[in-house]
Write a protein that binds this ligand. Structure first.
Ligand SMILES: *[C@@H]1O[C@H](CO)[C@@H](O)[C@H](O)[C@H]1NC(C)=O
Ligand SMILES: *[C@@H]1O[C@H](CO)[C@@H](O)[C@H](O)[C@H]1NC(C)=O
Ligand SMILES: *[C@@H]1O[C@H](CO)[C@@H](O)[C@H](O)[C@H]1NC(C)=O
Ligand SMILES: *[C@@H]1O[C@H](CO)[C@@H](O)[C@H](O)[C@H]1NC(C)=O
Ligand SMILES: *[C@@H]1O[C@H](CO)[C@@H](O)[C@H](O)[C@H]1NC(C)=O
Length: 257
């Protein structure tokens, strides 16, 4: 294969990887159309009102949810239906269109139980704390620490994908060698980062099977955790970047420009 074709394929693959990673990073940084639809993980609280009602029966559950999409988060102003978590912040939505995001910070920790109970009024968060135990979903320390570490790996992977693309464009044997190294190291970082996220989401999903009430007629707690599309973007970026190693390596060995 001609050297130029090989370089071209390597560049296209590392560019695709970088593009996927950029979409992953913008997820949930605000509520405009694209970020709104990209999340690492989604928590659906729609059924929780019913689950809670079954648990504290015959006391009624009134005032658990708010229908004001712009009410500030984590101030006990009411639960939202859907919570979506990104790498920098989380957003909460009362319906398909109305929602608000938390303040952004790098290495935002994924602590779903903490942020969700912080939206409930004090009487409900107390009941929820007592009710939901023995699942990883409530272990904010564990989920927070691992998501925080995984963020840095994904960030390093993103930087390496960008550097592999840039050094590959410099048509020089040494440049291709550097591209190979960046692509290999970057894909290793993405692999570990995406694996950590996959594992912690799978563990948090244990809450999906949590049930309450008498053993004869259990009622689902009504919290549903699903894997978000940003994690699929991370896995796609990993695949593109690791495949780009092959053309970069061939260019590195054969290019005589
Ligand atoms: C949330 O769960 C409810 C049922 O509990 C379902 O009807 C609704 O479609 C879910 N929403 C999303 C965005 O998954
Ligand atoms: C919890 O607090 C809310 C708002 O202060 C109130 O509307 C609701 O009745 C309370 N629920 C219980 C079970 O005490
Ligand atoms: C979503 O909720 C907001 C605030 O309550 C409301 O103004 C809007 O009409 C709702 N949108 C839909 C599609 O239900
Ligand atoms: C919703 O919450 C915001 C922020 O607290 C407030 O300014 C606004 O008046 C509220 N809207 C309604 C309809 O209560
Ligand atoms: C978000 O930032 C604003 C302004 O810096 C601050 O007033 C608010 O308390 C912060 N909210 C949270 C949940 O930390």
């Amino acid at each position: 294969m001609r050297g130029e074709v090989c370089i071209g394929i390597g560049s296209v693959l590392s560019f695709a990887s970088l593009l996927l990673l950029i979409f992953m990073h913008v997820g949930q940084i605000n509520t405009s159309t694209v970020p709104r639809n990209v999340q690492m993980v989604q928590v659906n609280m729609t059924g929780f009102g019913q689950g809670l009602a079954a648990a504290i029966n015959p006391d009624p559950v009134t005032g658990l949810y708010t229908n004001n999409g712009s009410a500030p988060l984590e101030q006990g102003l009411g639960l939202r239906m859907i919570y979506k978590f990104g790498l920098y912040s989380h957003c909460a939505y009362v319906n398909d269109s109305a929602g608000i995001c938390s303040n952004s910070s790098t290495a935002n920790r994924f602590e779903p139980f903490t942020v969700i109970t912080a939206d409930m009024s004090a009487n409900f968060s107390g009941i929820t704390d007592a009710l939901v135990t023995g699942t990883t979903f409530t272990d904010s320390q564990y989920l927070g620490n691992f998501s925080n570490g995984a963020y840095y790996l994904l960030l390093i992977g993103t930087i390496c994908a960008a550097l592999a693309l840039i050094t590959g464009i410099m048509k020089h044997t040494f440049g291709f060698l550097v591209s190979v190294l960046f692509a290999m190291f970057g894909s290793l970082m993405l692999l570990i980062g995406a694996t950590i996220w996959t594992v912690i989401i799978k563990k948090a999903q244990s809450v999906n099977d949590f049930s309450l009430g008498p053993q004869a007629s259990p009622v689902s707690l009504g919290i549903e955790v699903t894997i978000g599309n940003a994690l699929l973007l991370a896995w796609g970026a990993f695949a593109c970047l690791i495949i780009s190693v092959i053309p970069y390596m061939i260019s590195c060995c054969t290019y005589r420009g």
